[in-house]
Design a protein around this ligand. Sequence first.
Ligand SMILES: NC(=O)C1=CN([C@@H]2O[C@H](COP(=O)(O)OP(=O)(O)OC[C@H]3O[C@@H](n4cnc5c(N)ncnc54)[C@H](OP(=O)(O)O)[C@@H]3O)[C@@H](O)[C@H]2O)C=CC1
Ligand SMILES: O=C/C=C/c1ccc(O)c(O)c1
Ligand SMILES: [Zn+2]
Ligand SMILES: [Zn+2]
Length: 364
Amino acid sequence: MVLVFGKKKKLTLVSFSYGMCCGGDNRNTGPEDVVVKVLYCGICHTDIHQAKNHLGASKYPMVPGHEVVGEVVEVGPEVAKYGVGDVVGVGVIVGCCRECSPCKANVEQYCNKKIWSYNDVYTDGRPTQGGFASTMVVDQKFVVKIPAGLAPEQAAPLLCAGVTVYSPLKHFGLTTPGLRGGILGLGGVGHMGVKVAKAMGHHVTVISSSSKKRAEAMDHLGADAYLVSSDAAAMAAAADSLDYIIDTVPVHHPLEPYLALLKLDGKLVLLGVIGEPLSFVSPMVMLGRKAITGSFIGSIDETAEVLQFCVDKGLTSQIEVVKMGYVNEALERLERNDVRYRFVVDVAGSNVEAEAAAADAASN
Ligand SMILES: NC(=O)C1=CN([C@@H]2O[C@H](COP(=O)(O)OP(=O)(O)OC[C@H]3O[C@@H](n4cnc5c(N)ncnc54)[C@H](OP(=O)(O)O)[C@@H]3O)[C@@H](O)[C@H]2O)C=CC1
Ligand SMILES: O=C/C=C/c1ccc(O)c(O)c1
Ligand SMILES: [Zn+2]
Ligand SMILES: [Zn+2]
């Protein structure tokens, strides 16, 4: 059973028998492959970008989903790290060349030949399919073990959102306690940003488009300050105060109001996927030796690290667990900024046949 985006840009439930799914729809299990029965899959804003072809490269039909937690049901003969019954995670990348300099440096997410977990083509020429499906077949290199102490639905958002904030904080040397950080855009990635930065001992300011999330950001997520980006007086009062800003906004936005918040040598880390040029005037960066940079998910090693970091620090994601039949509504709610803070689909716990019929009836 898989969920596909068709031409209508709505998810349609497509039924396959289990055998078809493993033997026909998925590739046959190779020597280094792990067959994963999907338990949970988070919904990332990238799934909207991909489903709606915001970047102009979407191919349909598409099976989205890249925050996948599942149970190993079969392994190829050369798989030593995983065994049947293990709970594992799969994220955004399922292949890389293993030879280039990023691959050799274990930052395979920056490999130019990386293979995305969906909307891509695998080495066998078949389309890759993500986690909105009953099973996935994944090379063991791109599988991580979910550590004890982490519930599988809780782990799902860490496989993209969690590692996406953890990786740049580590890479840019932003792990020192006492740093002052800004999280711009309090969604799936942003709320993990608040939690991870707080756990590193930072003073965290949420910068949001409205005051709607103020109370929960301060009281539940543990943010230290909250700025509404349209409040010019509050933004001016916060000028030159932040060491970094993690920018998760998924749409075009001006950079200058946020560059102004950075201290000397402050860093603006762009994470949002925006297919239009962003602009700023050069003195905004020159006069404070500020840096505008970007970061893409994290490596497999960092994914394992952030999972353990969350266990060690007692961090959880804030999620709304939904069934498969709710997935179109969940995508619509995510797009209109109406989720606190990540939807996670209970794939294995969904009565997909019945929910497919109900979803079809509702959309007709
Ligand atoms: N670089 C990478 O490796 C990764 C990039 N991404 C990208 O990061 C971006 C954020 O992803 P994710 O956190 O899942 O998205 P969410 O939709 O969960 O969060 C985005 C947040 O941005 C703010 N926002 C401001 N304007 C808008 C708008 N017009 N529509 C929606 N949100 C708006 C909202 O916060 P508020 O209410 O506080 O203003 C919202 O909660 C996406 O572009 C995604 O593709 C995701 C994962 C990895
Ligand atoms: O959600 C994870 C993927 C992020 C992403 C980053 C950059 C890009 O061009 C994408 O298509 C996706
Ligand atoms: Zn994602
Ligand atoms: Zn490579």
